[in-house]
Ligand binder design. Structure first.
Ligand SMILES: CC(C)(COP(=O)(O)OP(=O)(O)OC[C@H]1O[C@@H](n2cnc3c(N)ncnc32)[C@H](O)[C@@H]1OP(=O)(O)O)[C@@H](O)C(=O)NCCC(=O)NCCS
Length: 161
């Protein structure tokens, strides 16, 4: 039987763990999205916990009546934690008066494209070849991503609330 998990807001002791994961997965805590650079430990984050230990997080920001998921990660996959984290973001976004939630991913992240589309997000825009520009700001963005697919494009997905 799968163990149950809890969701909670980020506390300062989560910062080191989030920093380690972000550095390993994305080169640093700085995430670039549509020309904005965010430090994800400075953003609001919701944490997924299993047996009292953090195993997942979602970082988000908002503006113009919509909320953006800036980063999402789960160390323990296929327990429903990723789904619960985005559901929490949607619920709180609605309470805060947002009419949509959007997220940016890269063309190599077929797992994320599958994950978001199966949860009702639709592709809103594809910004081709923008990663080359982003590498000038953040040189740690690798040339090859998941399954050794060249990282070239940003894909924006959105769900209406
Ligand atoms: C994408 C990611 C966040 C998904 O997180 P996750 O916690 O594994 O997501 P879930 O468990 O909610 O869903 C994954 C699968 O597990 C299945 N699942 C969910 N709960 C389950 C349960 N209780 N029992 C069995 N399977 C379950 C779901 O059906 C889902 O499969 P589906 O996509 O075919 O529907 C995670 O894979 C990840 O961290 N990836 C790397 C970072 C990344 O790419 N982030 C997104 C960039 S913005």
């Amino acid at each position: 039987m799968k163990q149950t998990f809890q969701l909670r807001d980020k506390i300062p002791t989560d910062d080191g763990w989030i920093t380690d994961i972000a550095t390993r997965l994305w080169g640093s805590v700085q995430i670039i999205s549509k020309e904005h650079t965010y430090n994800i430990v400075e953003l609001p984050n919701c944490i997924g916990e299993l047996n009292g230990k953090p195993v997942g997080f979602v970082s988000y920001t908002q503006g113009g009546g919509s909320r953006e998921i800036v980063a999402l990660y789960c160390a323990i996959e296929n327990h429903g934690i990723g789904t619960a984290l985005i559901e929490r973001v949607k619920e709180t976004a609605k309470t805060d008066g947002c009419t949509s939630v959007w997220v940016m991913t890269t063309n190599d992240n077929t797992q994320a494209l599958r994950f978001y589309q199966k949860r009702g997000f639709v592709i809103k825009a594809v910004r081709t070849n923008v990663m080359e520009e982003q590498r000038k700001v953040k040189p740690t963005i690798p040339l090859l991503g998941n399954d050794k697919i060249p990282i070239r494009d940003e894909i924006e997905l959105e769900i209406r609330l």
